[in-house]
Design a protein. Structure first.
Length: 665
């Protein structure tokens, strides 16, 4: 018999190995937890046994999951998306459950006609339908964020449905236990449960917000992080205990606690503090779910598992697509929405487990359904990856819409040359566009927010709807004719895609990338970014400049200090390039920059940089841009090639001598 410590250590080792494996395969950690649960469970290696204590602890994972959902509950957001949330979302969940009940009734009739018994009641069909109605928020949000689709037409619809599914769990947590009371007591049990839930919610929500704000403020004034976290756990588990004492579920109280905290100014701090408890305990919950999966009936009933995987996926995809079309989506957008939402979700495991606990689903249903849900989630990345091809085959109008969109971009960019392509038209992109307009420089902006594009285009600005991370949009915007590309939003994954596309199809066009900090600096530079501008550096420089000026440092010295700091950070700003409007007297005595592009006939081509002995002339190579567009830190051993551009720093006379030496044939 394993001790408690041994069981805990086993769970931790299994969790670490499962998450590492999934991260390596770029799969959601949830699947790793389920897999190791199967492996160490009583139906496989039997390493953990059937630890009741671990299952009790895992219930708190669901508690914190519902707390986070309540924390993200946002009335203004719900109001702005009400057509998608309460129209498309409600229809999807409701019709999926109704479809499960009707399908079960047909199976009961068919099996009865064949003289065989069917062991799934209509109450069990509701619980099973509710579980299968859920989709995976964690998987879909991650995939759509990586593909820059959260603000797209289908992305907004997917998020609306996911939001309703999260909210629908609350009444389902009340409904499923009531269904376990039996046919005779169902009406009374359900009415009592709903009355209790309504009374408790009304009591907590009407007076709870003021009390919660007052209490959190009182705790925060003690300025103790430990006390704040302890209080957070007390509030979450205390309200969960209160709802359980009222005959309802722990998760419902946690959801209410999250809603109350969400209305206070401490919401973001709470999100940060609760995340470790939420992730760890939810992982433990998924491990215990995996332990319930018996692989032997899954193999014996492989045909049933396959049907339970494919039929719900196909049915949900078709249902959601038809509903999205009914709510005004174009055929292509509707099909994409259906494909994205076809899989099972993490709340499905919660509802499935609740159905088994209340004896609505007999034990032999647990393993096949659980295996089918896991398989559908594993298929999600592939379905999303192939969604474009599927939509092209099923919807000719979607191809036409994309062609019209690309034609509109190309038409607007057709007469534009040496322009700047701005990827993203948020605040940074709009400020850049204003500065370019002031200098008479043409630009073309690409953005995925249809409202922003519509308003900006109506104001006469050169912005079109398009995904800058897709080659077709960049080429339509005149990439090969552009003078520069600017990624104005801080998304490293998207920036790397854009850099790859520019490097492959227009290597001579420089790319400037905006980031939050320096964490991905080298990665972006290696991908070919001409310059990376981190917000934290620029913010700190402006903050320092204002502070120095206010404490009495002369403005000329403040400007010099900040300029020196920038020069130390930005290679391409080390010095300046001489222009006709520079002061001819002072500038002759100061170092400046000059760029020299090496022709194929130059004698230095094919030789190492150190062989040129440029330092002997008083010139320093501060930057080097290859013919491919990649910017490098100068190295003595670098062999010069045709098309390489050297950025030199030095006095005017020295620069002239160095340039003559490099261009000598």
């Amino acid at each position: 018999m394993a001790t408690t410590l041994e069981v805990v250590l086993l769970y931790l080792v299994a969790a670490v190995l499962g998450v590492v494996a999934c991260r390596s395969l770029k799969l959601p950690p949830m699947l790793g937890y389920l897999a190791v649960g199967v492996l160490i469970g009583p139906n496989a290696l039997s390493l953990a046994g059937d630890a009741a204590g671990a299952r009790s602890l895992a219930e708190f994972g669901v508690v914190f999951l519902m707390f986070v959902i309540g924390l993200e509950f946002n009335l203004p957001k719900l109001r702005s998306m009400r057509a998608l949330v309460f129209g498309l979302g409600l229809s999807q969940v409701g019709l999926t459950i109704i479809g499960a009940v009707i399908g079960n009734a047909l199976l009961v009739w068919g099996f009865t006609a064949l003289g065989r018994a069917w062991d799934l009641t209509w109450q069990g069909a509701i619980a099973l339908g509710a579980a299968m109605a859920m989709s995976s928020t964690a998987i879909l949000v991650k995939l759509m964020a990586e593909r820059l689709e959260l603000d797209s037409e289908h992305g907004r619809r997917v998020m609306g449905v996911l939001l309703f599914q999260d909210l629908a769990v609350v009444p389902l947590l009340v409904l499923i236990p009531a269904l376990g009371a039996g046919d005779q007591q169902l009406g009374v049990t359900l009415a009592v449960a709903l009355a209790k839930a309504a009374a408790l919610l009304a009591l907590l929500l009407l007076g709870g917000q003021r009390v919660m704000r007052w209490w959190l403020t009182l705790v925060a004034r003690r300025k103790s992080e430990e006390l704040f976290v302890l209080n957070l756990l007390l509030v979450t588990l205390g309200l969960a205990w209160l709802t359980e004492m009222a005959g309802l579920s722990l998760a419902l109280g946690a959801f209410v606690a999250g809603m109350l905290v969400a209305e206070t100014e401490y919401k973001h701090q709470v999100e940060t503090d609760i995340r470790p408890f939420h992730d760890v305990l939810l992982g433990l919950f998924f491990i215990t779910i995996g332990m319930r999966l018996d692989w032997r009936p899954v193999i014996d009933q492989w045909l049933l598992v396959l049907l339970l995987t494919l039929l719900p996926v196909l049915a949900k995809a078709v249902l959601v697509a038809l509903l999205a079309r009914a709510f005004g989506a174009s055929p292509g957008v509707a099909i994409r929405t259906g494909l994205y939402l076809a899989q099972a979700g993490e709340f499905g495991f919660v509802l499935l487990s609740l159905g088994v606990e209340n004896q609505l689903l007999v034990g032999n249903w647990m393993s096949p359904v659980l295996a089918a849900m896991v398989l559908s989630m594993l298929l999600t990345p592939l379905i999303v990856m192939w969604s474009g091809r599927i939509v092209m085959r099923l919807s000719a109008s979607d191809w036409m819409l994309q062609s019209v969109q690309l034609t509109a971009i190309a038409k607007k960019a057709m007469r534009t040359e040496q322009h700047v392509i701005i990827c993203g038209y948020g605040r940074s992109g709009q400020n850049l566009a204003r500065l370019l307009e002031r200098e008479g420089i043409a630009y073309m902006a690409l953005d995925l927010d249809p409202d922003r594009v519509r308003q900006a285009a109506a104001a006469g600005q050169s912005v079109v709807f398009g995904d800058a991370a897709r080659l077709r949009s960049l080429m339509a915007a005149g990439l090969v004719r552009a003078s520069a590309v600017v990624v104005s939003y801080p998304d490293t994954a998207s920036a790397l895609k854009i850099l790859q596309l520019v490097h492959e199809h227009a290597p001579r066009v420089p790319v400037i990338v905006r980031t939050i900090d320096d964490s991905d600096l080298e990665k972006l530079r290696e991908a070919g970014a001409a310059e990376v501008v981190p917000e934290t550096l620029e913010g700190s420089l402006m903050l320092a400049a204002q502070a120095l000026a206010l404490v009495g440092v002369p403005m000329q010295r403040v400007i010099r200090i900040t300029r020196d700091a920038r020069d130390a950070r930005y290679r391409l700003l080390q010095g300046h390039f001489h222009g006709a409007d520079d002061d001819t007297v002072n500038e002759l005595q100061q170092a400046r920059l000059a760029s020299v592009t090496l022709p194929a006939a130059a004698s230095c081509v094919g030789r190492a940089l150190q062989d040129q002995a440029l330092h002997a002339t008083g010139v320093q190579v501060v930057s080097m841009r290859l013919a491919s567009g990649r910017v490098l830190v100068p190295e003595d051993a670098h062999v010069l090639a045709p098309g390489d551009t050297l950025v030199l720093s030095g006095l005017p006379e020295a620069l002239a001598l160095a340039e003559e030496k490099l261009l000598r044939v």
